[in-house]
Design a protein around this ligand. Structure first.
Ligand code: HEM
Length: 456
C-alpha cells in the first residue's frame, strides 16, 4: 500500500515536471527528478550536443541548482558586464575563498580586489619572475625563498591538498537532502569535507606567523608587498562598520593568489610548449623573431616585448585553441534578470562556454586552424583581445591576474624558446595537442614527453 501511494505521488511529480509551464525560462533537456540533467553537461562534447538541440542559451538543473549555459560570446558579454552576474556561488567548495563579509569567490568586489589589482598593475616590483610560485609568495609576503625551500614546498603541498579535496565538496549543495539522511561525519567523509577543513586550518596556521611578522615590522610609509598593503588598509578602515578587511580575509587573499594564479600559468606554459613541438614552423618563426630582437647572451625582458609581437600573438592563439578554462568560472545571479528575452531567476549558476566561443567561426575564421597571425594587426602588432576571446573571462569578474599572467607567460616562453627547441619525443612523428578534458577544464596530458634540444 505504501509503495502504491509513493508510486502515485511520484507519477504526479513526474508528469507535472514534464508538462510544467516553465514561464519564460530558457529551453533545456528534461532530467531525472531530483537528480536533474547532470550527465547532459558533464563533458564539453555533451554541452555541444545540447547546444545543437536547444540553441545558444539553455538551462539544466543539477539537484536543486539551476545552471544557465551561454554559448555565444556576445550574449555572455552583455550579461557578464552587468552587476547582477558578478557573484560567485556560495558552495562549500568556495568556502575557503570567502570570509563572512566578502561577496564571492577568489576575491570580493570591493577593496581587496582593488588592492590585488594594484599589485597586478605593477605597484609591487620584484626581480625574480622566473620561479612562478615563489614569485607569488613574494608578491604576497615579500619573503625570498630558494627553489627547494622546505617552507615553500610544504605550503604548496597544503594548497594542493586543499585543491584536491575540492571535487566532491559541493555535493550536499546540489543535493541538500543528503544532509538529512546521512550522519554528518559520514557525509563529510564521503565529500572530503573533513580533509578539506583540516587542510584549510593547517594552511591558516602556516600563513599566520608570516602575518604576525609583517605586523611587527610594518612601516605604513613603506609597504613591502601585498600583505603590507592589505594590513595598512585594514588599519585605516578598522572603524568602518562594513569594512571586510580582516586577518582571515588576508589569509584567503594569499590563498587566492596561489590557487588562481599558479596551476593556470604552469598548465598554460605546458600547453604552449606542446603546441610549439607540434607546430615547429611557428616555433622557428618565434625563435627568429627573438634572435633578431634580443642580443645574444641576454635573456628576453619586458623592454623587448613590443618587438616580440608574434610570440605574444602565439600565446593568445594557444589560449584560444586549447581553451584551458573551457567553461569559464561559474557566476551566480544576484537578482532576477533577463538574458536575451529569457527570465533568469536570482540564484542561478551561470556558465559562459569559452571553448565554444573560441571555435565559433563568427569570431574566428577557420577556427580549428592554429594560426597566431589572427592576433596580429596590419602593422604586425599583437592584438591582445578581440570579440570571441575569453581565455581570462569576461566583464565584472574577469581574471584579476590577467596582466600578470600575460607577463609571466611572455617572459617564461621567450626565455625557453630563445634557448631550447621543443619537438615530439624520439620515435613520435607528430606531437598530440589533444588535452585531457575534465568538467572543470582542459589540461595538458600528464607525463607528456618532449625532445628538447639546446640552441647554440
Ligand atoms: C594563463 C593564466 C590564467 C588564466 C587562463 C586565468 C583565467 C581566469 C578565468 C577564466 C577567471 C574567471 C573570470 C570570470 O569569471 O569572468 C579567472 C579569475 C581569477 N583569476 Fe585568473 N587566470 C590566469 C592566471 C591568473 C593569475 C596569475 C592570477 C593571480 C596572480 C589570477 C587571479 C585570478 C583571480 C583572483 C580571479 C578571480 C577574480 C574574481 O572573481 O573577481 N589568475 N582567471
Amino acid at each position: 500500500m505504501i509503495l502504491e501511494i509513493f508510486l502515485f505521488f511520484f507519477a504526479i511529480f513526474l508528469v507535472t515536471r514534464i508538462f510544467k509551464k516553465k514561464g519564460n525560462l530558457p529551453p533545456g533537456p528534461i532530467g531525472f527528478p531530483y537528480f536533474g540533467t547532470f550527465f547532459h553537461t558533464i563533458q564539453l562534447k555533451n554541452v555541444f550536443e545540447v547546444k545543437k538541440k536547444y540553441g545558444n542559451i539553455f538551462m539544466i538543473n543539477i539537484g536543486v541548482v539551476n545552471f544557465l549555459y551561454i554559448c555565444d560570446f556576445k550574449i555572455a558579454k552583455d550579461s557578464f558586464t552587468k552587476l547582477e552576474f558578478a557573484d560567485r556561488p556560495s558552495w562549500k567548495s568556495n568556502s575557503f575563498f570567502q570570509s563572512e563579509k566578502r561577496e564571492g569567490k577568489a576575491s570580493g568586489s570591493g577593496g581587496s580586489r582593488r588592492r590585488l589589482q594594484k599589485a597586478d598593475e605593477g605597484a609591487i616590483k620584484t626581480p625574480f619572475l622566473n620561479k612562478r610560485c615563489h614569485f607569488k609568495h613574494y608578491l604576497a609576503t615579500c619573503c625570498k625563498y630558494e627553489f627547494k625551500d622546505e617552507e615553500v614546498k610544504s605550503l604548496m603541498a597544503k594548497i594542493n591538498e586543499i585543491q584536491e579535496a575540492f571535487l566532491h565538496l559541493s555535493i550536499p549543495d546540489f543535493f541538500p537532502v543528503l544532509k538529512y539522511i546521512l550522519p554528518t561525519p559520514l557525509l563529510d567523509y564521503i565529500t572530503g569535507a573533513s580533509v578539506f577543513d583540516k587542510a584549510c586550518l593547517q594552511y591558516e596556521d602556516m600563513v599566520q606567523p608570516i602575518i604576525d611578522e609583517h605586523l611587527k615590522t610594518l612601516d605604513p610609509n613603506n609597504p613591502r608587498d601585498l600583505m603590507d598593503d592589505y594590513l595598512i588598509e585594514m588599519k585605516e578602515k578598522k572603524n568602518e562598520e562594513y569594512s571586510h578587511f580582516n586577518i582571515t580575509d588576508l589569509i584567503r587573499v594569499t590563498f587566492d593568489l596561489f590557487v588562481a594564479g599558479n596551476d593556470t600559468t604552469s598548465n598554460m606554459t605546458r600547453f604552449f610548449l606542446t603546441y610549439m613541438a607540434r607546430f615547429q614552423e611557428i616555433q622557428e618563426k618565434i625563435q627568429k623573431e627573438i634572435d633578431k630582437v634580443v642580443p645574444r647572451g641576454t635573456l628576453p625582458g619586458l623592454q623587448h616585448r613590443n618587438e616580440l609581437s608574434y610570440l605574444d600573438a602565439a600565446i593568445n592563439e594557444v589560449q584560444r585553441h586549447c581553451s584551458m578554462i573551457s567553461m569559464g568560472v561559474v557566476r551566480y545571479t544576484t537578482a532576477d534578470v533577463k538574458v536575451d528575452d529569457y527570465d533568469i531567476p536570482k540564484g542561478t549558476a551561470v556558465i559562459s562556454v569559452a571553448a565554444l566561443s573560441h571555435k565559433d567561426p563568427t569570431y574566428f575564421k577557420d577556427p580549428e586552424v592554429f594560426d597566431p597571425s589572427r592576433f596580429l594587426d596590419k602593422n604586425g602588432k599583437c592584438i591582445p583581445t578581440c570579440e570571441g576571446f575569453q581565455a581570462f573571462g569576461i566583464g565584472k569578474r574577469q581574471c584579476l591576474g590577467e596582466q600578470f599572467a600575460r607577463m609571466e607567460l611572455y617572459l617564461i616562453t621567450a626565455a625557453l624558446l630563445q634557448n631550447f627547441t621543443f619537438a615530439p619525443p624520439d620515435g613520435e612523428r607528430q606531437m598530440s595537442i589533444k588535452p585531457i578534458s575534465l568538467p572543470i577544464g582542459h589540461f595538458p596530458r600528464k607525463g607528456q614527453k618532449f625532445s628538447i634540444k639546446c640552441r647554440n
